[in-house]
Write a protein that binds this ligand. Sequence first.
Ligand code: FE2
Length: 275
Amino acid sequence: MDLSAAGFVPSRVSGPREAREAIAAEGAALVPGVAGEAEAVAFGRRVMGARAVRIGTQIEATKERQEREGRTLAAQPPDARGRTRAFAPTDERMVAHNDGFAFGDLAPDYLFLWCERPAERGGESFLIDTRRLIALLAAAEETVALADFCREVPVDHSEPHHPQDTLAPIVRMTRSGRFQGRYHPYLSPAPGEREAAHWPLVRAWEEAVVRARDTGPMFRAEAGDLICVDNYRVLHGRDGHSDPRRRVCSIWGWSTEAVAVPEGPLDFIAPRSAA
Ligand SMILES: [Fe+2]
């Protein structure tokens, strides 16, 4: 089944209003020529405009940081379901994800990826529109049941050691009217008697995301590029690279349309419970 049309290259725009319109229409936009991290944060705030509630740099993605935090995760024991957390090696293509998935409803609704320095080779970006992906699955007889499952059946969005107290479908419309489609490598069926029956559907969603990622387009973010993303609707990631000097900042933004806005700092490395 051809799911490549769920992947897309963001339109290049210049001002915050154009970016806001492109994000609303297509799920993302690319703004070149953003001179620094502070400028990127300020631009993101202007994209959210009057709806901005909170914005700031959450992650400075570098090879060194990923290796350091990967060692911390590797030292954590499995959770009650036997799941462990890990970062894939930097030289592998990244798993598609919404940023902040460990925080469930507190995840940011906007994401601004500012490229300070691209990898010398590799590290190209990809974006997947989950609204388009679900529409493709719903349109084909062999995957319509998968699309229904994603829209109707609540699942566990928790990451190991970061339990969430609510279950929710993989795809939903939020109360503010935003489309939200989620994927990360720890998605699990809700515990209970349907758990075993639902695992193949969770795995099928994973396979659809991987197929969209590996058949869709990739694009290169250059120094100064700001990729503005609807983090509810769009999954992102990058291809493998081995350049220790590559640096990309993940700036997280919450608007008044977010399901929930966190008050304090967010730490997804330290365990939140021993469960
Ligand atoms: Fe990310």
